[in-house]
Design a protein around this ligand. Structure first.
Ligand SMILES: Nc1nc2c(ncn2[C@@H]2O[C@H](COP(=O)(O)OP(=O)(O)OP(=O)(O)O)[C@@H](O)[C@H]2O)c(=O)[nH]1
Ligand SMILES: [Mg+2]
Length: 351
């Protein structure tokens, strides 16, 4: 799937309605007068930042956003109705650039943030406005002011919904490659991944952004290996997927090492929901996978899931579980039936 992270969009605010030319004429009323009302204001084009979106994919189907024009004024001093605003909903992290891609107009970073990008034109005056002592019957009205129109670029810097953590060689990049269209470098040596990579996972008609983070090793918070400087990319994640190589020598120790680094990192990562999964299960016997699961339960009180990026086994279940957390985070509700895996009551351990 090709991932769209920028889109060109045409916006136009509503024209103002024309002012009205009208005179009061009623039986038995001797002196009518001008009573043409003003035109209504045109609608604005409003950009709104929405937490429930994470791609610009919708702009592939709609590139034109036009607000409604104001209605003309009417007799009896009635103003025309204002035009309806149109709202362009964009994901968090969307930047809005001018047509030439030279000037950053807006940076949409806070859910609920709303900015009127193009104001609607004002309505024109009706002739009632032009009545004066010297002109009791003005025939002058003003047309509505036109709205503004221009092209903009939307550019989305992806923000990960979930991040992959683990020791080097845990199989993080292989997992990302298995579940997204991303093509990270994969190799049998530590620190293959030098920079975070992102991919979009499509599952059950929804999508989420998954980040592959360079491996952590003991002392990463002090700069060992590639350090923990990339963990900032997962600070806003709804859940962390922690992969532990099931074929490794000491999976429990591997888990502890990475946990210790997450705890030492001061971005609140330790409090995030962690989904723990044993990786590379295609290279393990079923009974060994089960024995390792049991060992995790015994040692740290957590039952891990089991996946293989190589064969795809277990990936769907893991993604579904991540998705429940992502959806919950988007709606602000706790994930159904899910407690954070690292619950407050989890057994103590010393790294
Ligand atoms: N059998 C098997 N091998 C795997 C699996 N996932 C990864 N590997 C192998 O493990 C090695 C490391 O895989 P990567 O995906 O590069 O690991 P990583 O966690 O991204 O490593 P770093 O980027 O160095 O942190 C490679 O040789 C992979 O082929 C798997 O599910 N099954
Ligand atoms: Mg990697």
């Amino acid at each position: 799937m090709k991932f769209l992270d920028q889109s060109k969009v045409f916006i136009k605010s509503g024209d103002g309605g024309n002012g009205c030319l009208s005179f009061r004429r009623e039986a038995f009323i001797e002196f009518g007068g001008p009573d043409g009302g003003d035109g209504g204001r045109g609608g604005d084009v409003i950009v709104e930042c929405v937490a429930a979106l994470n791609t610009l994919i919708d702009f592939r189907y709609q590139q034109h956003f036009k607000a409604q024009s104001g209605r003309p004024g009417m007799g009896r001093n009635m103003s025309g109705a204002g035009g309806k605003d149109i709202v362009v909903r964009v994901p968090i992290g969307t930047q809005i650039w001018d047509e030439e891609y030279q000037n950053l107009l807006l940076d949409m970073t806070v859910p609920g943030q709303r900015v009127a990008l193009a104001k609607g034109g004002d309505g024109g005056y009706g002739n009632a406005r032009f009545k004066s002592s010297t002109n009791q019957a003005p025939r002058k009205t003003l047309p509505g002011w036109p709205g503004t129109e221009f092209w903009i670029w939307l550019r989305l810097k992806l923000i990960a919904d979930s991040g992959l953590v683990g020791l080097p060689n845990a199989g993080k990049s292989t997992f990302l490659a298995a579940v997204t269209a991303a093509k990270p470098k994969i190799a049998d040596y530590p620190f293959t991944t030098l920079h975070p990579g992102l991919g979009v996972v499509r599952i059950d008609n929804d999508e989420l952004v998954l980040a592959d983070i360079p491996g952590l090793i003991e002392g990463a918070h002090e700069g060992a290996g590639l350090g923990d400087r990339f963990l900032g990319h997962v600070e806003r994640c709804a859940a962390i997927l922690h992969l532990v190589d099931g074929t490794g020598e000491d999976p429990i120790g591997a888990w502890r090492t990475v946990r210790a680094e997450l705890e030492a990192y001061e971005g609140g990562l330790a409090e995030k929901t962690e989904i723990l999964a044993i990786s590379k299960i295609d290279a393990m016997r079923d009974e060994d996978v089960q024995a390792l699961k049991d060992l995790f339960v015994e040692e740290i009180g957590i039952e891990p899931m089991a996946v293989s990026g190589a064969s795809g086994a277990g990936t769907r279940a893991v993604l579904r579980r991540i998705m429940t957390h992502v959806q919950a985070a988007r709606t602000g509700q706790p994930a159904p039936g899910e407690e954070p895996v690292i619950a407050a009551g989890a057994p103590e351990w010393t790294p």
